[in-house]
Design a protein around this ligand. Structure first.
Ligand code: ADP
Ligand code: MG
Length: 695
């Protein structure tokens, strides 16, 4: 249960003063939630300085001016085109005209009666040599002047919500923040110069100068650290939970892996060996393995995955590998059935396409323990597939799995070990924030003898040259991808562009061109991909649907149209498709003009590097985490306050801090532990506490 002390922050925005149902909807949308706490996480993005109060005889036009004036007279306009004018003077005796273009006469004469004194604030302008102010931002009783002369925060807004409204709502939210016990280490706070949580919120919502708006400002850093610590505690709890659960000890005698290694025709790279050892150590330990295996496209993850499964099979258990698509599952089957034959074990493929008798046979054999390795899609988890004794699951290319899904996964079967493989190079910061619950292995070395890809950056205007180059390649027996972007507002126009390109290439290359795009049915897509794999077609025009991991070793050329529109990580993934063969390959990045400086820089990074990790780091710097993982839309992996490009140092500290907490105060019973519980609830990370204590 949420600690009572937090209740005021989890009340509804709807119940604040001045928030009608119309505002409520807009504001909730704007701040990304319906609770007061969501308002508190919505920090100002700008300031308006209302402290300028130089007497009007010396005041500069163009500035926001705040001061007391006396209302002299109203000049009612003769025509609708003219503004309603109110003459006023300040203490220096200088006249200032207040102009109203939109007005209700009655309300103006009421709010600005002649002879009255008012405090006003707004932008000073000079028109025909006279000082004026169009629609003052504020007109208040004179005693409000000191409050008015302040630096006003400006919030990120949306249509229909003014800053004035937002200010009123935010102030109410801030007033509800209770005094909370300190959950951070006092020495850490003083070393960093961090204020308390409540003070930090207050400062962050009342910026006094532009520097206060920056993510590096102490108050904002404090809040970011709170969020990061909540994140790291959650992951540490999940990690602990997995460790707490007894798993099985898998320690094969190596009689199968030895046969495989001898038959491979290559030696494992040092990185593959190291990673395999790390996995074996996990498998042998009496707890469940939950490990992330990262390796760039072509780094040789598949054989490591198979060795991992063999270890289980050597012990008489079963293993399964799940791919995100049928094509990829089939591809794994092609590779692995050979290895299965060599080692004398039985591997079977089970996808949605396999139906009827064949399917029931496989299911029966699986249950009887006659199948050692099952290869399928992720759908296998949701279906009624029963193993005799499943001890090892490999999940391929599934970087979109969240923490909770992983916990669920490792709960399947009879305490299986789980290895998650991804070919998306993930920067270390993201590994820590998204996969911090898992152990982590990285194949950071490519097998020897790989030829580098010749990457060229060419303007779209040179397309005829590119096409004649392509023709030469195809004539000499190469296969090529032609990638069209799918990034416009409307998918329809993108698709039209791809279809148009397909038509124009067909005119040149005839029947050897195929087209795949996201709107096609799975079956149609498979057919075209299959034609490309077998060589029935040699040029494949595609939108970005080219499956991650699809293996067509003969494809050695890739042309990417409007490459500047892609993220670097995405370009890297795409280019990985043509690194599978032994032939040297060519990647042509075509761009539209004009090309911005950053866009040029990004394309040059692609030209000069094939290191996925370096590219991912740069991509993170340029675009932010969600985009790297392709998860921006899903909201997964988003922080409200922390900014990993700036708060990296805090993340590492939070990781260590969280580990220390779990080592010294696992049950959160110390005073700090009690306060940390509040922190977890504050950031709505309490489900971690629950599953932890349940598990
Ligand atoms: P990934 O799954 O990491 O993208 P793969 O496992 O598909 O990469 O490996 C790509 C290719 O490299 C495969 O043909 C594989 O047999 C081969 N390979 C794997 N490890 C090595 C190695 N150590 N030396 C040479 N070739 C290797
Ligand atoms: Mg792979």
């Amino acid at each position: 249960m949420r600690p009572e002390i937090l209740n005021p922050l989890f009340g509804l925005i709807e119940n604040l003063k001045g928030v009608g149902s119309r505002y409520n909807k807009l504001v909730c949308n704007l701040v990304g939630g319906s609770k007061i706490i969501n308002l508190l996480w919505h920090l100002p993005s700008n300031i308006v300085d209302r402290t300028y109060d130089t007497p009007l005889n010396r005041a500069a036009a163009g500035r926001i001016w705040t001061g007391a004036v006396k209302i002299i007279e109203h000049q009612i306009p003769a025509t609708k085109k003219q503004p309603y004018r109110v003459a006023a003077v300040d203490e220096s005796g200088t006249e200032l005209t207040l102009n109203f273009f939109k007005y209700y006469k009655d309300s103006l004469s009421k709010s600005l009666p002649s002879g009255s004194r008012k405090a006003i604030s707004g932008k000073l302008e000079i028109f025909n040599g006279r000082l004026q102010m169009n629609h003052p931002d504020y007109i208040t009783p004179p005693e409000m002047l000191p409050a008015l002369k302040s630096v006003e925060p400006v919030y990120p807004l949306c249509a229909g919500v003014s800053n004035k409204t937002m200010l009123k709502i935010e102030q109410q939210a801030l007033a509800r923040v209770p005094d909370l016990p300190e959950w951070q280490d006092e020495r850490f706070l003083s070393r960093e110069g961090f204020p308390s949580f409540k003070t930090a919120l207050d400062i962050a919502h009342h910026p006094q100068k532009p520097a206060d708006l920056e993510n590096g400002a102490p108050a904002r850093r404090r809040l970011a650290y709170d969020e990061l610590l909540a994140n790291q505690l959650t992951l540490a709890l999940a990690r602990e939970r997995v460790k707490k659960q007894t798993g099985r000890t898998i320690r094969g005698d190596g009689h199968l892996s030895r046969i495989l290694l001898e038959s491979l025709g290559f030696e494992l790279t040092a990185a593959q060996k190291r990673v395999w050892e790390e996995i074996k150590t996990d498998q042998a330990a009496p707890y469940k393995m939950l490990r992330l295996l990262q390796g760039d496209v072509g780094s040789g993850k598949t054989v490591v995955a198979f060795l991992t499964m063999l270890n289980a099979v050597e012990c008489g258990f079963q293993a399964a590998i799940m791919a995100p698509t049928e094509i990829l599952a089939k591809q794994h089957m092609e590779t692995m059935s050979g290895w299965a034959q060599t080692t004398g074990i039985r591997a079977e493929l089970l996808t949605g396409k396999i139906k009827g008798r064949k399917r029931s046979e496989i299911l029966a054999d699986l249950k009887a323990g006659n199948i050692d390795v099952l290869i399928g899609t992720h759908a296998l988890f949701t279906e009624d597939v029963a193993f005799k004794d499943l001890a090892c699951i490999v999940v391929d290319e599934q970087h979109r799995f969240g923490v909770n899904q992983r916990l669920e996964l490792s709960g399947k079967g009879n305490k299986p070990d789980v290895l998650v493989m991804t070919a998306t190079p993930i920067p270390r910061t993201l590994v820590l924030t998204q996969y911090g619950d898992m152990e982590y292995s990285k194949i950071d070395e490519m097998p020897r003898g790989r030829k580098p890809v010749d990457t060229r950056v060419i303007p779209l205007s040179k397309i005829t040259d590119v096409i004649s180059g392509l023709k030469r390649k195809l004539d000499s027996g190469c296969r090529a991808y032609w990638v069209c972007p799918l990034v416009e507002e409307s998918e329809k126009t993108d698709l039209a562009a791809a279809e148009e390109r397909f038509a124009s290439l067909q005119k040149i290359f005839g029947n050897s061109v195929g087209l795949v795009h996201g709107k096609m049915k799975e079956k149609e897509k498979d057919t075209v991909m299959e034609q490309f794999r077998t060589g029935a077609i040699s040029l494949l025009v595609a939108t970005t649907v080219i499956e991650v991991g699809v293996n067509v070793p003969e494809a050695t050329v890739m042309i990417i149209e409007q490459a500047e529109r892609f993220g670097l990580a995405q370009l890297h993934q795409l280019r990985g498709r043509i690194k599978r063969g032994i032939e040297a390959s060519t990647c042509i990045l075509m761009y539209g003009v004009p090309l911005s400086e950053t866009a040029r820089e990004r394309l040059n990074i692609m030209k000069n590097s094939e290191d996925g990790f370096l590219i991912a780091e740069k991509d993170l710097e340029l675009r932010g985490g969600g985009e790297v993982l392709g998860t921006r839309q899903s909201g997964f992996g988003e922080f409200k306050l922390a900014d990993l490009t700036i708060h990296k140092d805090l993340l590492y500290t939070a990781r260590k801090d969280a580990e220390l907490v779990l080592q010294t105060d696992k049950n959160f019973t110390s005073p700090r532990g009690q306060a940390l519980r509040i922190l977890l609830y504050l950031f709505e990370q309490d489900s971690a506490l629950k599953t932890y204590h349940a598990g």
